[in-house]
Unconditional design. Structure first.
Length: 104
């Protein structure tokens, strides 16, 4: 598994409706890429967003990063939407799991 964590802060002057439409389009497109597993996004009370995508491999995640429509949207994001962002990538993360299911 390969994880991509995208921490970001939006600009105060963004067009929220346009951003939501672009984000939904990118999520739909990412889900169609080879090796895509999942995507979730969380917004903190202070406005910071953490988006996590899971991929089968680093190659799959990197290939998504090179898709022309995605690259164009990355540029649009820097120009119109993001005040700042940090991208973290992790190959073969150390995973601990717990589930309450089945315990009584």
């Amino acid at each position: 598994m390969f994880l991509v964590v995208f921490r970001n802060r939006k600009r105060v002057d963004i067009d929220s409706a346009a951003y939501a439409a672009d984000a939904a389009a990118m999520e739909t497109m990412a889900a169609q890429q080879p090796g895509f597993r999942s995507f979730k996004s969380y917004t903190a009370e202070d406005g910071e967003v953490v988006a996590i995508s899971e991929w089968d491999s680093a190659d799959n995640a990197r290939a998504w990063g090179q898709v022309s429509d995605h690259r164009a949207m990355q540029g649009k994001g820097r120009d119109r939407y993001y005040a700042s962002y940090t991208l973290f990538a992790c190959d073969n993360p150390h995973i601990h799991e717990f589930s309450q299911r089945g315990r009584q």
